[in-house]
Design a binder for this molecule. Structure first.
Ligand code: PLP
Length: 457
């Protein structure tokens, strides 16, 4: 059951001392924070002893669930051997080398080198810096703008938040920075026009992108960043042919394509990378989250040979490559990354996700009969359920009504943790989830949707 006042000692201390990210800070006193103390497989337990199915794998990240022993052993061994070292001044560690080699081995496009960060946001900030550095190396100082998309989520550091295309990441933070161009969101259900086929929608978006590039001048644009499946924007699966339609336009103008695989990567969509599931051929790739099953913070940028050459030539000109994070390539994160990929490979994670996908899709499809459900969408074990006020007209609820957040309250009451993104309920369970657990997840979701139906009535 959801924690209800009176608040426990821990809840009271939490409220007195901790600022919670992405939380309605003005309401937390009444809601009471949910304090977790342990995990087991796809379950987490709160300090009241309640077990929840963690249907979001934390923040789309604990692919191996919450108590993988091999991971714990790998972490312990690394902590004993060398708890910290960095990558600066040409220093390194074996886990960092091994992980880079593994990333190159599973990469969907030719990758020659890996730059480590501590998070997805830092990876995307690094992507922009590398794209700028690269164009400076090539003597193209004007070619600097970055294209992103409305509803994209690329993180919260200043540049990553600028790339992000969600209003609450910009409002009153004085963002986005100049030079970031947001093009259309490829969500056919929401942005397709009346009578427009999906193919026509794709063609319109491609034309809009072409117009934007020509208006701005292709020689002023360095890169476009895109998640294959948009996660925190509402689990938006691109229509068929979307990346195939936009990629040649970028190529024509020599614009790099950055795949943000921070959520999609490491089997989530049934392939190692979401770009492989969705017809995208990126130049560079950002990864984090499931790379270590989130057992330690780690992000990375994967780059091709020609970018590495540019970095070397700029380094020669300037005297050093002046970028890096204290915790980038942390040996603990890298040892866990090596172990996680080893486990994913051994359990044939892509095949496993693909084998669970029909059940996931079947249970999602069944939700379409629910009076509140406007659209369901998914790719592999990544799904979204969009709740609407009127199914026939697709009319959304007034955001002030808070239907999504209230549904999360109902979900918690049924011992299930999912994430409301506006009125879309995101589902992204640990990839180790078993059939009976997946069925239980959907059974609980159905109960919560019924509660919401009564609540809005
Ligand atoms: N990119 C994507 C697609 C994400 O979903 C996220 C986080 O959810 C980020 C980047 C930012 O990652 P981090 O929170 O590790 O900075």
């Amino acid at each position: 059951m959801a924690p209800t006042p009176p608040l426990s000692n821990l809840q009271t201390r939490d409220l007195a001392s901790v600022v919670h990210p992405y939380s309605p800070l003005h309401k937390l006193d009444q809601m009471g924070p949910l304090i977790l103390e342990s995990g087991n497989g796809v379950y987490v337990r709160d300090t009241h002893g309640n077990d929840y199915i963690e249907g979001m794998a934390g923040l789309w990240c604990t692919g191996l669930g919450f108590n993988n022993e091999e991971m714990i052993e790998a972490a312990t061994a690394q902590m004993r051997a060398l708890p910290y070292y960095h990558q600066f001044s040409g220093r390194g560690t074996e886990p960092a080398i091994e992980l880079a080699e593994k990333l190159k081995e599973i990469a969907p496009v030719p990758i020659s080198h890996v730059f480590y960060t501590s998070s997805g946001s830092e990876a995307n900030d690094t992507q922009v810096k590398l794209a700028w550095y690269y164009n400076n190396a090539l003597g193209r100082p004007k070619k600097k703008k970055i294209i992103s998309r409305i509803k994209a989520y690329h993180g919260v550091t200043l540049m990553a938040a600028s790339l992000t295309g969600l209003p609450y990441n910009h409002m009153d933070f004085d963002l986005p920075f100049d030079g970031i161009l947001h093009t259309d969101c490829p969500h056919y259900y929401r942005f397709g026009k009346d009578g427009e086929s999906e193919a026509e929608f794709v063609a319109r978006l491609a034309q809009n992108l072409r117009d934007m590039i020509e208006r701005e001048g292709g020689d002023t644009i360095a890169a476009m960043i895109a998640e294959p499946v948009m996660g925190a924007g509402g689990v938006i699966v691109p229509p068929k042919g979307y990346f195939e339609a936009i990629q040649p336009i970028l190529d024509e103008h020599d614009i790099l394509l950055i795949s943000d695989e921070v959520i999609n990567g490491f089997g989530r969509t049934g392939e190692w990378f979401g770009s492989q599931s969705h017809g995208m051929t990126p130049t560079t790739i950002s990864v984090a989250k499931q790379m270590t099953s989130a057992y330690a913070p780690l992000g990375a940028v994967m780059i091709p040979e020609f970018m590495m050459d540019a970095l070397k030539s700029q380094s020669e000109k300037i005297g050093t490559f002046g970028h890096g994070y204290t915790y980038g390539g942390h040996p603990l994160g890298c040892a866990l990354g090596v172990k996680a990929i080893e486990i994913y490979q051994r359990m044939n994670i892509c095949e496993r996700v693909r084998s669970m996908t029909p059940l996931f899709e079947r249970r999602l499809e069944a939700l379409k009969d629910h009076p509140l459900v406007g659209e369901v969408r998914s790719s592999g074990l990544l799904g979204g359920v969009e709740l609407v006020a009127d199914k026939a007209t697709k009319r959304a609820f007034d955001p002030k009504q808070g239907v999504g957040p209230q549904t999360a309250v109902h979900l918690q009451k049924h011992n299930l943790i999912l994430r409301p993104i506006g009125d879309t309920i995101a589902i992204c369970p640990p990839m180790i989830i078993e059939e009976d657990e997946l069925n239980a997840l959907f059974d609980r979701l159905e109960l919560a949707l019924d509660d919401t139906e009564h609540w809005v009535a």
